[in-house]
Design a protein around this ligand. Structure first.
Ligand code: TRP
Ligand code: SF4
Length: 405
């Protein structure tokens, strides 16, 4: 796949406000964010409108859940100096872009998104035959495109949404990137780059168009990235002109599949609030202790002297997340030979989880005592995000013929 190397790398991801987060969120998502914020420009937002697409009946506490979730993000180490943290509904440009994109989105694209039918079947007790629910992947597309994101870290279930976002961007550029005199304007823009760069650009464009040389496309994008003496519109024209279509107003983002293992819960299933098998990020030490001590184990170990098999025990997958090789070896040996008891086996796990949670719990406590601070982090983040989103909307409106002097 061709990466969008001419755009500055920008990562955007959202999370529904589910309230207090648990270890599944930490290992599955947040640790990845902590790494990304060190490397690239990141925007992370609380997807409060998305919560309404499935749960409009119990809307009352979305803001409260959002606040609690922001506390957990910060406590886990998401750093507002490194990344922009904000609330989706504080940036109304998401909604405007969603509306504008809806004009060119074929119904079939939305109906074909796998989560559409899946969720309707899974959440039968909810009313999901709404316009909002059908349109929710497009709202997600707007979330991404409004920042011209280059990469979107998502779980497997969300890859189809990013794919659709790419199709929407392509369609938008195709429909609205066309200008009556596109070719003439592109040619004019080429000349503005100077003799040497112009020749290079023409050569790369030819290589891409005639031989489908993807590398030439990448290089052409990099060349345009380095251009100081052309306007943004000209850059968009020339980006589009390489491929021949029209101006590239909305770049296509790429999905970044998070390479994280599914966090096992207390019962061997995936850790999830709906299974009631979680340890929250703010769980008290004695609760961690109790929850792990009462975890089911290999049913074959009725008595202490009965040997067991870690593969049949939900405690073992947690060791694989938390314990070093030596401890894992000790569990394998001790379990199979009945050399250790189950409580003994669980002890290092309890210690490891508590050691991981101690600093998070402490920071969360401090943040909970400072609600104004948390709100101001989100307020400042929302301002910053809005500045970016506004710029995109200026271009989008103009491309769609909505520029009023
Ligand atoms: N739909 C995502 C989820 O349910 C959350 C989300 C909303 C998102 N907008 C996004 C994720 C944009 C990535 C990018 O988990
Ligand atoms: Fe599970 Fe450990 Fe008990 Fe074996 S010893 S059954 S791995 S808790």
């Amino acid at each position: 796949m061709v990466s969008n190397s001419s755009q500055p790398a920008r990562i955007v991801s959202g999370m529904r406000p589910t309230g207090a987060l648990h270890l599944g969120h930490y290992h599955g998502v947040l640790r990845n964010w902590l790494r990304l914020q060190q490397e690239e420009e990141c925007l992370f937002f609380i997807a409060d409108w998305h919560a309404l697409t499935t749960h409009y009946e119990d809307a009352g506490n979305i803001a409260e859940h959002a606040h609690e979730m922001a506390i957990d993000w910060l406590a886990a180490g998401v750093n507002p100096k490194l990344s922009t943290l904000f609330v989706q509904s504080h940036v109304p440009e998401h909604a405007e872009l969603h509306l504008l994109l809806s004009m060119i989105t074929p119904l079939g694209w939305l109906e074909r998104v796998p989560t559409y039918k899946d969720q309707q079947e899974k959440l039968r007790e909810r009313d999901l035959s709404t316009y909002g629910f059908l349109g929710y992947p497009l709202l997600q597309s707007a979330d991404i495109l409004v920042y011209k994101a280059t990469r979107v870290p998502v779980g497997e279930d969300q890859v189809a949404h990013v794919e659709m976002t790419r199709e929407i961007a392509r369609r938008f550029n195709h429909v609205f990137g066309r200008e009556p005199d596109f070719e003439a304007m592109a040619e004019e823009a080429i000349r503005k780059m100077g003799k040497k760069q112009s020749r290079l650009y023409r050569d790369l464009r030819k290589r891409y168009q005639e031989q489908g040389d993807e590398e030439a496309l990448e290089v052409a994008r990099a060349v345009l990235d380095g251009q100081q003496n052309i306007t943004l519109s000209d850059r968009e024209r020339l980006l589009g002109y390489v491929e021949g279509s029209g101006r590239m107003i909305l770049p296509e983002p790429e999905a970044m599949l998070t390479p994280t293992p599914k966090m096992p819960g207390l019962d061997g299933q995936k850790m999830s609030k709906s299974y009631g098998n979680t340890i929250s990020l703010r769980e008290k030490p004695d609760e961690v202790d109790r929850k792990i001590r009462t975890m089911p184990t290999d049913p074959a170990r009725v008595r202490r002297s009965d040997p067991g098999d870690p593969e049949k025990c939900p405690v073992w997958p947690l060791h694989k997340v938390y314990s070093d090789e030596r401890t894992c070896e000790w569990v394998q040996q001790g379990c199979r030979s009945a050399g250790i008891g189950c409580l003994e086996c669980k002890k290092p796990l309890i210690d490891a989880v508590n050691a991981e949670l101690a600093p998070i719990r402490k920071r969360a406590q401090e943040l909970a005592a400072e609600p104004d601070h948390v709100q101001s982090v989100l307020g400042e983040g929302s301002e910053r995000a809005r500045d970016l989103a506004r710029q995109t909307l200026v271009e989008v409106r103009q491309a769609m013929g909505l520029k009023y002097r």
